[in-house]
Write a protein that binds this ligand. Sequence first.
Ligand SMILES: Nc1nc2c(c(=O)[nH]1)N[C@H]1C(S)=C(S)[C@@H](COP(=O)(O)OP(=O)(O)OC[C@H]3O[C@@H](n4cnc5c(=O)[nH]c(N)nc54)[C@H](O)[C@@H]3O)O[C@H]1N2
Ligand SMILES: Nc1nc2c(c(=O)[nH]1)N[C@H]1C(S)=C(S)[C@@H](COP(=O)(O)OP(=O)(O)OC[C@H]3O[C@@H](n4cnc5c(=O)[nH]c(N)nc54)[C@H](O)[C@@H]3O)O[C@H]1N2
Ligand SMILES: [Mo]
Length: 684
Amino acid sequence: MQEDELVKVEGDPESPLNRGRLCPIGVSTRDLVYHRDRLTYPRRRIGKRGSGQWQRISWDEALDEIADRLLAIRREFGAEAIALGTGTGRHHIRWVSRFGNALGTPNWCEPGFAQCFHPRVNTTILTFGDFPVCDYTGDVPPKCILYWGHNPLNSGPDGETRFNARDGLRHHPKVIVVDPRATELAKRADVWLQVRPGTDDALALAMLNVIIGEQLYDEPFVKSWTYGFEALAERVRTHTPEWAEPITWVAAEKIRAAARLFAETRPAMLEWGCAIEHTPNCIQTVRAISILPALTGNIDIPGGWVFGMHGIGRFPSLIEKLSPETNAKRLGAERFKLLGGAGADLPAAHIPTLLQAIAEGKPYPVKAFLVFGNNTLTTYAHSSRVLDALLKLDFMVCADLFMTPTAELADIVLPAASWPELDEVAGLPTVAANVVLAQQRAVRIGECKSDEEIFVALARRMKLESCTEPVVDVLNAQLRAGGVGLTFDELKETGFVKLPFRYRKFEPGGFKTPTGKIELYATRFAELGYSPLPYYEEPPESPISSPDVAKDYPLVLTTGARIPFFFNSEHRQLSRVRKARPDPLSEIHPETAARFGISDGDWMWIETRRGRMRQKAKLTRGIDPRVIAAEHGWWFPEEGPPEYGVWRCNVNLLTDNQPPYDPAMGTYQLRALLCRIGKAEDVV
Ligand SMILES: Nc1nc2c(c(=O)[nH]1)N[C@H]1C(S)=C(S)[C@@H](COP(=O)(O)OP(=O)(O)OC[C@H]3O[C@@H](n4cnc5c(=O)[nH]c(N)nc54)[C@H](O)[C@@H]3O)O[C@H]1N2
Ligand SMILES: Nc1nc2c(c(=O)[nH]1)N[C@H]1C(S)=C(S)[C@@H](COP(=O)(O)OP(=O)(O)OC[C@H]3O[C@@H](n4cnc5c(=O)[nH]c(N)nc54)[C@H](O)[C@@H]3O)O[C@H]1N2
Ligand SMILES: [Mo]
């Protein structure tokens, strides 16, 4: 049979998501799918771990070996000794936990779970009853957009394409940007709050102070639909803009201006991003910021923050297969209830606790790690510690599109199918699912299998009781549960369904919270033992909280601001995008650079208490002289195995996976760290 070929990828002018447009990564799809370095068959390591020597094996051999090893580990140490990992919310994310549940292990994890998106999802589900998204597709454009720690022109709003974010600006809304860097959005903003990294919570509390103090809130809405207003008012009473100014480095008058503009210009929406989730006071930061649209009544109204139509139903996660005893064993669940316990929407293990279990066997040993689409050495905090832990594993499997420095550590590597090679039901915006798409397999490369197919094959090989039915059955179950009213095959015919949208869904029945209202005072938080009202806490490593450290490491470091060319650690091997960004760049103010004899384009080293790496200096007046912003995800596929240059420019050599963590979510510190810098003389 003649294999189909992917000739071109183009946007669909009919699509409500991109209206025919593609981003640079989308344009490069063909380059990715047919890249000469794609993994196309399973392989087994023959040399020492990390020696870069591999042997081609068949799928039967690979599945047999994985099944035998996992069953042996389960017999000897219990299923919880097998951990599963995946990367940022990809098509198969829920399949990872599904397979874990079928296998009997509660330990699966994702590097973004405590750090990205899920803090926003879990917090708003508990306090609003649902996850709100921006209303981009309605008839009424927003009059004001508040971008907080989020740059959707590069990264895309919650799971959507970034074109929606760009379109949102077409009607010239007022723009408020909270960002330490002068991004394109910040330059276009009516008010730009150049916040000190990691102090967003203080800024939000001060804005709440102004909105309440000056009575700028939507009184009827607050009266009818919120719970705990008086308690909140009391909490923020002392958090004046003057209180926040020395903490945030933002002038009190600017904070007032932003609060007034946001409260007085309606409808308004909040675009928030992962920058508010990369420090250990993540949950209270998310809480404080989320209250801004609630107080101003911008909830489920045209041009505001809206709840989605949930076109895709609950995923059949098989969580019911785990006994309460097994659920309680999930690493970190006891402490971090919003991540892994009673307050979690999709409970996951705590990464630092998991790494400790691998490295030290405490609180119990974890012997095997199955990684489905995550470049652990580049995207977990504190990469050198991560390496130490991974080297202690008895058995490691990686499924990926390419060999990566992480895959080089595995015993077995499996070739995963990329997105044009697999069937999936996708709903966008993520969680809200107002548009439901049939992502359809167009081609197949070599012996690649989708992650979903691999899980089914493995479950069958291990003779598990569940997770053995064909993938399409699960797609159909999701569609049925969401009420789209089509099977996957039928959805394929139409391509996508846009669901009829309804506003003010909270009327008349109320919000899906214990009080039926938006809980400014969060009763579920109180029940779980967390503060029901937001409060500010200084980042653990900062000029204020650790002045001794600041003597040696005087600059504040933020990491990982998204750029359009790459997706996290991906795409460095695609020449078209790589040409646009051949080397990692760190932003630095010219005055700071001059102090160290650094010119634009020079390599500079950046060091924290945990390690040192280097990136090229990008001089810009758009950053505070006290701040450095480094890119994340860097490794160099062209430098070859086994390390692919991963230790040279990897920002996670600098970040921290040690306590303190966010008390509810277990979040560690990826941004707002202390660093020092110098000119790197010895590298090209
Ligand atoms: N310092 C710092 N660290 C960060 C961040 C930061 O801002 N700063 N951001 C954090 C955040 S928010 C996140 S979400 C994480 C992201 O972390 P990751 O998810 O690990 O990052 P990616 O590089 O997107 O993906 C990892 C791997 O998935 C592979 N892959 C792609 N598609 C598929 C597929 O369909 N199947 C399989 N099996 N593999 C596939 C890619 O080839 C790649 O090797 O990083 C976190 N780390
Ligand atoms: N092209 C592309 N798209 C992506 C990704 C990618 O790697 N490439 N990654 C995907 C993933 S996993 C995620 S989570 C999203 C993330 O995308 P976003 O949520 O947009 O997050 P970032 O781009 O990491 O950061 C947004 C902005 O926050 C600023 N910032 C840094 N530190 C702070 C701080 O302490 N406070 C505030 N208020 N702002 C700060 C940065 O300067 C940056 O401009 O993007 C997704 N989309
Ligand atoms: Mo993320």
